[in-house]
Design a protein around this ligand. Structure first.
Ligand code: GLN
Length: 513
């Protein structure tokens, strides 16, 4: 029974919930059981609180029983990246410095998910303050990839991606500053979207780099991702960068894409500069195969140039640390979380510095130092100023590209999931894995990643990234759902149903993951 419930997509769960054939409490319980059974090995979750989740589910059931009109997703469980604050569970952003912190308010994306009737099933693991591409930078230990337990799930939102990929939750929220929703989606065979900058409120998202941060959805299917996107999008006066825009329904676009002829005549740009030398062979093969499938459906594949993309990683790793160093200045041992008091007579500065020394991990310290340096007098123009100019040039590259094509396609990440520990603490290797996702953040445009099969050499998932101009998120869901329908195995099963995790459910005891 429980296995049957966790197998359902969010759309299927929602249909059963509204038909009354399943209660929100049963849906929550099935996923909590699944978490209890497998999460010891995976570590996708940092906090769960069954009582809190079941009480929220019960409230939904009662409202439904009272005849209240509820949202389409009412009663569906939702995992929430620990970067978003909620009143009902702690928020640590994967850092020791926020250990035990509880927020007095809900992030807007969380508040909207609650208003839609979604049930918070737990907070997910992440690289500390969302700095990383593997979730190995979490102060609470790495999350493991359900496709191969010795592999990273990507990052920084590895926990949210694994929660959906391992059937611990049908939906999850993430944040994407340089790829943290899309890249883990690719490495775990799930779907993730970074909305247009300003499309979803950042209020209550623990800030990394405010000009790049964007909250977004992940799930196992394009339609589920779209449904969650619809639930959280829209203007919020608490976020000064929030857009006033009438967003079309992403779910309607996904349904259209799945049903119709969305790829016929679609101009798909392939950016030469995103097909980097370092792209793994099996990733390249799946990507080329996907392009051939698109072309066979009537899409027009157009090679385009984006000459400044090769500077994207360099520019990003100046802009991000600069903004992060200023955002993280607030962890001063007074207002939030941890306080370490050195022995003997200690000044405020001594306490602050002992706290920051103990509370921040190596990658966070590295970026604070980098950012402070890049912003310091005498270096500001050379580093931060130059990076901002590159950002403008990348925005122009996109504008020129979108004058020729409707969407841009690339591999979401240049490689599949690597072995935990194999980058040996060399941050540059992690940074380079972001080369394909970062340009979209620098330009503020939307991106979607969906699985397109597994690489021949390691059997691990490969993601396709689709990018569209700002405000055109719906175009991504329409095209993405159409592509998703083409990625089936010989038995016609969609990609997510080929997950080894799902195989283990039918053949073994629950919990053998
Ligand atoms: N991997 C990127 C970084 O380390 C992306 C982070 C993110 O999107 N939060 O900065």
């Amino acid at each position: 029974m429980a296995n049957d419930v966790i197998r359902l997509t969010a759309a299927e769960l929602a249909a059963e919930l509204s038909a009354g054939s399943l209660s929100a409490v049963d849906a929550a319980q099935a996923h909590l059981d699944r978490i209890a059974a497998v999460d010891g090995g995976l570590q996708a979750f940092l906090h769960t609180d069954p009582e809190v989740s079941l009480a929220a589910a019960r409230a939904i059931d009662e409202r439904r029983a009272a005849g209240e009109a509820l949202g389409e997703l009412a009663g569906v469980p939702l995992a929430i990246k620990d970067v978003l604050v909620t009143t009902d569970m702690p928020a640590t952003a994967g850092s020791r410095i926020l250990e035990g912190y509880r927020s007095p308010y809900d992030a807007t994306a969380v508040a909207r998910s609650r208003a839609a009737g979604l049930v918070n099933i737990g907070k997910t693991n992440m690289d500390e303050f969302a700095m990383g591409s593997s979730t190995e930078n979490s102060a609470y230990g790495p999350t493991r990839n359900p496709w191969a337990a010795d592999r990273v799930p990507g990052g920084s939102g590895g926990g949210s991606a694994v929660a959906v990929a391992a059937f611990e939750a049908p939906l999850a929220l993430g944040s994407d500053t340089g790829g943290s929703i899309r890249q883990p989606a690719a490495l775990t065979g799930s779907v993730g979207a970074k909305p247009t900058y300003g499309g979803v409120s950042r209020y209550g998202a623990i800030a990394l780099a405010s000009s790049l941060d964007q909250i977004g959805p992940c799930a196992r299917t394009v339609l589920d991702t779209a449904l969650l996107h619809d639930a959280i999008a829209g203007h919020d006066h608490h976020d000064s960068t929030s857009l006033r825009h009438e967003w079309p329904s992403m779910a309607a676009a996904a349904r259209e894409g799945a049903a119709g002829d969305a790829l016929r005549g679609l101009r798909v740009g392939v950016v030469k500069q995103l097909m980097l030398d370092g792209v793994q062979q099996g990733v390249k093969e799946r990507f080329e195969e996907a392009l051939a499938l698109l072309a066979a459906q009537g899409a027009e594949i157009v090679e385009i140039e984006a000459p400044h993309f090769e500077y994207a990683v360099a520019a990003y790793y100046l802009i991000l640390p600069a903004e992060a160093s200023s955002n993280l200045a607030k962890y001063d041992s007074v207002r939030f979380g941890l306080r370490v008091t050195p022995e003997g007579r200690a000044t405020v500065e001594d306490v602050m510095s002992a706290t920051r020394e103990a509370g921040f991990g190596a990658e966070v310290k590295r970026r604070i130092i980098l950012g402070t340096y890049a912003l310091s007098a005498g270096y500001y123009d050379a580093y931060y100023g130059s990076a901002q100019k590159v950002r403008t040039l990348i925005q122009r590259d996109f504008a020129a590209a979108f004058a020729q094509v409707d969407v841009i396609a690339s591999p979401t990440a240049p490689t599949t999931a690597w072995r935990i520990g194999s980058h040996g603490g060399d941050p540059i290797q992690d940074y380079l894995n972001d080369a394909t996702t970062i340009p979209a953040n620098l330009a503020g445009i939307p991106g979607l990643s969906l699985p397109i099969g597994t690489a021949a050499e390691d059997g691990l998932p490969v993601g396709l990234q689709l990018l569209a101009p700002a405000f055109e998120d719906a175009r991504l869901y329409r095209a993405g759902a159409a592509v998703e329908g083409l990625i089936t195995d010989r038995d016609g099963r969609p990609f997510w149903q080929q997950s080894p995790t799902l195989g283990s459910l039918s053949t073994e005891q629950e919990g053998a993951c």
